[in-house]
Design a protein around this ligand. Structure first.
Ligand code: FAD
Length: 286
């Protein structure tokens, strides 16, 4: 019924938790004459373990998704714990964050680094695409009139995967990110980085991968020399802007420094080094 209703009225505003859409009204003073809510569609309010991975339906809130995501990727759970406030996490959805398409949304870089697939539907036609391909340009996503997000699917991490995500914001809680870096490294049996998926928020007009950095890491042992090469490469991946959250210089510096943090937490020579307060993993689950 939702698919038919939206296809019949593609000009309508889709609304999930309204934690973004609500502000278009209260702050933007816009009138939204026709809303279609995904919030009460039972098919979209499901979290399922499927052969493809953890499938999170479009009506699933952050509060509901946090525990299953944290079980897969503890660092992602920790970032979700810091999204907005309890009220925002109780209403806001993982897929609404994607639908909003903000370059500083916290969900997309996490999900892109994790290799997530987006599930879209228009009428009876379903399609999937790697999440990073959904974000075409600032304010522009790969979505046709009448098409909506059904779910996002996070694959099970491959053996040997190390996943880290770091949210940088002025306040620890209840703040939008200046920069968010998410890193997924898969080590082979010899200890080389077989694959690297790195995605950042706040560094470009869309959530974006770091192909030059990934290339500098892939096939290499995780050593100080590899770190230096990756940091040099990262300077070519992004040309961030200055805005009220931070300057371009700060963003670039912090992004490069997050690679150092990743190295300190995950390189064999630093085995076991923790840069966060004791107990963060337990916190990520509550
Ligand atoms: C106080 C406050 C703090 C916040 N803090 C954070 C933060 O720390 N990090 C962060 O990333 N965000 C934050 N946000 C932003 C917001 O909470 C998130 O982006 C949230 O995930 C949006 O989800 P929603 O369900 O409320 O989306 P909605 O507001 O309902 O919708 C958002 C957009 O997605 C579209 N949409 C919704 N569902 C679909 C669908 N199924 N298919 C296609 N399009 C769809 C809507 O049309 C709209 O364009 C904050 C917001 C507030 C008000």
């Amino acid at each position: 019924a939702l698919a038919a209703a939206y296809q019949a009225d593609p000009q309508a505003t889709l609304v999930a938790g309204a934690t973004d859409v609500g502000l278009w009204v209260t702050k933007g003073l816009r009138t939204l004459p026709h809303l279609i809510s995904v919030g009460l569609v039972p098919d979209l309010h499901k979290i399922e373990h499927t052969p493809e991975g953890l499938r999170i339906g479009a009506a699933v809130t952050y509060t509901e998704a946090k525990e299953p995501i944290a079980a897969l990727l503890p660092d992602a759970g920790e970032v979700i714990r810091r999204i907005g406030s309890t009220q925002v996490r109780n209403a806001g959805t993982v897929c609404g964050n994607i639908g909003n398409g903000s370059p500083i949304g916290d969900g997309p870089p996490l999900l892109i680094a994790a290799g997530a697939e987006l599930k879209l539907r228009c009428g009876d036609v379903h399609r999937s695409l790697p999440l990073e391909e959904y974000f075409l340009a600032y304010g522009k996503q790969d979505r046709q009139p009448g098409e909506f997000i059904e779910a996002v699917v996070i694959p099970q991490p491959r053996p040997g995967t190390v996943f880290r995500a770091y949210k940088i914001s002025k306040r620890f809680d209840q703040d939008i990110s200046a920069v968010l870096g998410a890193f997924s490294l898969v080590f082979d049996e010899a200890g080389r980085i077989a694959t690297a998926r790195i995605a950042f928020g706040g560094m470009a007009a869309t959530p974006k991968r770091a192909p030059a950095t990934e290339g500098a890491l892939q096939g290499q042992f995780w050593t100080d020399a590899t770190l230096k090469a990756a940091q040099a490469a990262m300077k070519t991946d992004f040309a961030p802007i200055s805005d009220m959250r931070s300057s371009a210089w700060y963003r670039q510096t912090v992004a490069v420094n997050l690679l150092t943090r990743l190295f300190v937490e995950t390189a064999p020579e630093h085995a076991g080094t923790e840069t966060r307060l004791a107990g963060w993993k337990e916190q990520a689950h509550v």
